[in-house]
Write a protein that binds this ligand. Structure first.
Ligand code: UD1
Ligand code: MG
Length: 453
């Protein structure tokens, strides 16, 4: 771990035109998080003294994301999109002139703390002016390359300027660069403007440093970590790699997943060891699955907490604010939202439970619906411990079914049901002995008359 003061600059002012949808690139989601949040999270995991994010004017949505996730970060504005070198220069006023300045790109989300720590250690050990994180992606198209003289890194060459021999070597620039903070201002001052693109490249800092006789280094990291997002296709590829990495971590941690390639996670999901995730499960942001819980196939969870021994699905949908206490069960074609099921409570078939509290051991019959919305506001439904709600019941909220109460199947419950009461709220059945035969003969006669006419 770095001992010198550490400042991190995250560049995110680029327009991301290659994404082709007008959205700031760094807000595109990866594992349910905006790209930049992954980079900020990794930055914060290091022992850092200052975090600066470089944005373009008008990037209010990105600024809001940065302030929400990393309120300590300072925001510097790059007034025109004149390249990565120009972007770092825009952060100059925020940077101390001692220690290390680590530059990260907001579009490179798979970096890990360990790899960055290795790069920082190498820069300090060798007292390099610049240390670059290199990687060997299976497809190097679009990345800058590294030119060495012996062990010395002497130049970063953008792909369009690289000769075939250099390209063939396959070692690429991840964009992650660690600078000696004392020498960085001199390098920034000397970066040339590249007239063909009207940009100042940060990558030129290596050649500038070498020209001054300053030592530069490269550290090779795992290839996955260097990948950047410049297109929708690359974003999808990084999503695949992110998911693969997360599945491997969870399996290593003891989560049971017989078909891991069909299970998807958001960046902040917590799954405890010995939880069972069966095939085709999607866990969105804010999900927590405790040890010993089971999620059966084709279930979709977001913002849900599933406690020990609870069982979900198959085909269940848990929306934000759903909590299944220990041993609770939510079965097929059941949707829950802002609903807590107490210990051992069950809703096994075909229900919508929204804005509800369901007491321990309560049983919610098939087809039960909480009518929580009256077109203007949401209202709560409370069901007491041990209550039994018969099938196809509509609970018109706000309403309370007491502890131990029973609601007859097919009821439309509009009034509170006291503890231990029996409520039946449906049309009374009329039964007429023998009338089935009579009705059948009458229907048969009229059918014959129609045929004859
Ligand atoms: C850059 C590197 C390339 C490297 C690759 C790794 C340069 C000149 N090239 O190319 O060597 O292999 O990253 O992914 O640096 N940005 C600004 N202001 C600007 C321009 C860019 O803040 O004026 C930010 C972008 O928002 C982005 C990052 O810098 O987060 C990188 O910019 P991008 O245009 O994606 O550079 P690449 O072409 O990928
Ligand atoms: Mg890029």
């Amino acid at each position: 771990m770095s001992r010198l003061p550490l400042s991190i600059v995250v560049l995110a002012a680029g327009k991301g035109t290659r994404m082709r949808n007008g959205r700031p690139k760094v807000l595109h989601p990866l594992a349910g998080w905006p790209l930049i949040r992954h980079v900020l999270a990794t930055a914060r995991a290091l022992d850092l003294d200052r975090l600066v994010v470089v944005l373009a004017p008008g990037m209010d949505e990105v600024a809001a994301e940065v302030r929400g996730f990393a309120p300590e970060a300072r925001i510097a504005i790059q007034d025109a999109p004149l390249g990565t070198g120009h972007a770092v220069a825009a952060a100059r006023g925020e940077l101390p002139t001692a220690g290390t300045v680590l530059v990260l790109y907001g579009d490179t989300p798979l970096l890990t703390q360990g790899t960055l720590a290795r790069l920082l250690a190498e820069r300090e050990k060798t007292d390099a002016a610049v240390a670059v994180l290199a990687f060997r992606p299976p497809d190097p198209t679009g990345y800058g390359r590294l030119r060495f003289s012996g062990d010395e890194l002497v130049e970063l060459v953008e792909e369009r300027h690289a000769d075939p021999a250099l390209k063939a070597e396959g070692l690429c620039n991840s964009g992650v660069m660690a600078f000696d903070a004392t020498r960085l201002p001199h390098l920034l001052d000397a970066l040339p403007l590249r007239p063909e693109k009207n940009e100042v490249y940060l990558t030129d800092a290596v050649a500038v440093a070498v020209a001054r006789g300053w030592n530069c280094r490269a550290v090779e990291g795992p290839w996955v970590e260097g990948l950047g997002v410049n297109s929708q296709r690359q974003l999808a590829e990084l999503e695949r790699l992110w998911q693969e990495r997360r599945r491997a971590e969870l399996l290593d941690g003891g989560v049971v997943m017989p078909a891991p390639e069909t299970v998807f996670f958001a960046a902040d999901c917590v799954v405890e060891p010995a939880a069972i995730l069966e095939p085709y499960v999607v866990l969105g942001p804010g999900v927590r699955i405790a040890a010993g819980a089971v999620v059966h196939p084709f279930s979709h969870l977001e913002g849900a907490v599933v406690e020990a021994g609870a069982v979900v699905g198959p085909f269940a949908r848990l929306r934000p604010g759903s909590v299944l206490e220990a041993g609770a069960r939510v079965g097929n074609f059941v949707e829950t939202k802002a609903t807590r099921l107490g210990k051992g409570a069950k809703a096994n078939h075909l229900s919508y439970l929204g804005d509800a509290t369901i007491g321990a051991g309560a049983n919610i019959g098939a087809g039960t619906i909480t009518c929580n919305y009256d077109g203007f506001a949401k209202h709560r439904t409370e069901i007491g411990a041990g209550a039994f709600v018969g099938s196809n019941t509509a609970l018109v909220a706000p309403v309370r079914v007491g502890e131990g109460a029973i609601v007859g199947a097919g009821s439309t419950v509009t009034e509170d049901v006291p503890d231990d009461a029996l409520a039946i709220a449906r049309g009374r059945q009329e039964t007429k002995p023998g009338r089935a035969g009579e009705l059948r003969s009458r229907l048969l006669r009229s059918a014959e008359e129609r045929r004859r006419s």
